[in-house]
Design a protein. Structure first.
Length: 107
């Protein structure tokens, strides 16, 4: 787990868990983080998604501007981390697939 979990860290986790909508998430993260930090996190998430799709480091670097070192680090966390990336990839992929199936049913 984290090397230093304390009450402040736990309070942050609880605040994140209390978010109910995308709009609330946007507002909270924008107040908490700088625009550059949000962009960095978004790029890391994009790299994880691209790695999950087996896209090459070279193509990922071209599209995201991330260094090969950062891409390799994200790959390491994706395969040998705490499972957070895999959990969210599974959830977001399942949600996207479900939305796609619902759209097909509506046609």
């Amino acid at each position: 787990m984290f090397s230093k979990i304390n009450s402040s860290t736990q309070n942050l986790f609880q605040a994140i868990l209390a978010l109910e909508t995308e709009d609330e998430c946007k507002k909270f993260l924008r107040d908490l983080l700088t625009e550059a930090e949000i962009k960095e996190f978004a790029n890391r998430w994009k790299v994880a998604q691209m790695l999950d799709k087996k896209i090459s480091y070279e193509d990922i670097a071209k599209e995201t501007g991330m260094s090969s070192t950062t891409i390799a680090r994200i790959s390491k966390w994706l395969t040998h981390g705490m499972g957070g990336y895999k959990l969210m990839l599974k959830r977001t992929n399942a949600k996207q697939n479900n939305n796609h199936h619902n759209l097909l049913k509506a046609v």
